[in-house]
Design a protein around this ligand. Structure first.
Ligand SMILES: NC(=O)c1ccc[n+]([C@@H]2O[C@H](COP(=O)([O-])OP(=O)(O)OC[C@H]3O[C@@H](n4cnc5c(N)ncnc54)[C@H](OP(=O)(O)O)[C@@H]3O)[C@@H](O)[C@H]2O)c1
Length: 334
């Protein structure tokens, strides 16, 4: 891998957002609208991440100081038959980005990962320090996301070790950092579980929703905000579990979303008691989803409080309530 030797002045080096048309990508566009540094938003048509050379060209052209990678191969079922493509986007592409930032002074790389790197080995919330895998029990999507995480960590560790033993070209403060934000059940702009349930509530009299899978719905808007805060801070590199407080099942989330929608929109007449809880066994999918998607957010919470970024940490219910009210107002009311 080689990069251009013509270096931009530090203040001209932009933030690059890959995957700007996805749920988190769209939230990043809003969040970074009035940002003081230049920002470049890239979608699939601007840079196809399945081609390593296309990524290198983009990095050479823009020489970013910060990369936020919101792009991913996210189709869990299809990944089983498109293993190579899933690995190209979820493993090779972030590795190229990590390599660039790891060798850039003051750089930051924000990447997103998932609870799918765990294989239901625990009944309680996973900590960042818990063992991942085992790989053979993970879906192809989970394996590709895990390979991406591991590549990023190895690339940064190698680059920093090299600097320590060699020229000291960068001081410790100048060393670039990476942040892998593992999250779950993301909702934002675009199709997602909450929007699907709200639309079904307009059409049907009864719904059946899985009640034995547990996790925390995470707002794309909130993830975008904390991503930028962390990238700008001197927070230590590492994996952080980025989910709000609290937990629920898909059934709990559906019930809460419909109750909230009904409370503010008279078009929604659906009775929440008509959402029937079912075990996942009654809703078979090609790839089984984790029963336990709980991620402990203590590490992230501590750093956000420590850095004085927040006074209160959000609960999933307050975020879903705001999201549903806003969505209903813009989409359901005449
Ligand atoms: N959604 C969840 O519930 C969830 C849960 C845990 C973790 N995460 C992680 O969070 C991150 C963002 O998720 P999200 O829900 O925002 O995903 P998303 O809505 O599916 O967006 C992914 C984006 O990646 C882009 N992309 C896919 N293949 C590409 C390629 N070859 N070249 C360039 N761009 C490509 C897609 O482009 P197109 O718009 O053109 O398709 C899309 O805009 C991912 O890392 C994901 O693994 C998500």
């Amino acid at each position: 891998m080689s990069y251009s030797s013509v270096k931009l002045l530090d203040h001209n080096r932009p933030i690059i957002v890959f995957g700007c048309d996805g749920q988190i990508g769209k939230a990043l566009q809003i969040c970074l609208k009035n940002h003081s540094s230049p920002v470049v938003f890239l979608g699939r048509l601007d840079c196809d991440l399945s081609h390593e050379i296309a990524i290198i060209e983009v990095l050479e052209r823009y020489q970013p100081k910060v990369i936020v990678n919101a792009a991913a191969y996210t189709d869990v079922d299809k990944a089983e038959s498109e293993r190579e493509l899933a690995f190209a986007i979820n493993f090779k592409a972030p590795a190229v980005m990590a390599h660039y930032i790891a060798n850039t002074p003051y750089g930051a790389f924000v990447h997103y990962s998932t609870d799918y790197v765990f294989a239901d080995s625990k009944q309680s919330a996973y900590f960042e320090s818990d063992s991942v895998g085992p790989v053979e029990k993970l879906s192809v999507y989970g394996q590709s996301k895990l390979a991406g995480e591991q590549a990023i960590q190895e690339i940064f560790s190698r680059a920093h070790n090299l600097r320590r033993v060699s020229s000291h070209e960068f001081s410790r403060d100048e060393l670039s950092r990476f942040f892998i934000l593992r999250t779950s059940w993301v909702y934002g702009g675009g199709s997602n579980f909450i929007r699907t349930i709200l639309h079904l509530a307009l059409e049907r009299e009864q719904l059946k929703v899985v009640s034995d899978q547990v996790g925390a719905p995470s707002s794309a808007e909130w993830l975008a905000e904390i991503s930028i805060q962390i990238a700008r801070s001197r927070v230590e590199s590492g994996i952080y579990h980025a989910v709000p407080n609290g937990e629920t099942s898909w059934h709990g989330l559906a019930t809460f979303a419909i109750k909230t929608a009904a409370s503010c929109c008279e078009n929604i007449q659906f009775k929440p008691e008509n959402i029937l809880p079912i075990p996942v066994a009654e809703y078979p999918l090609r790839v089984s989803r984790p029963y336990n998607s709980r991620l402990s957010n203590t590490k992230l919470k501590n750093i956000l409080f420590e850095m004085a970024f927040i006074r209160e940490y959000p609960h999933w219910q307050e975020q879903v309530e705001a999201y549903v009210k806003d969505y209903v107002k813009t989409s359901f009311e005449i």
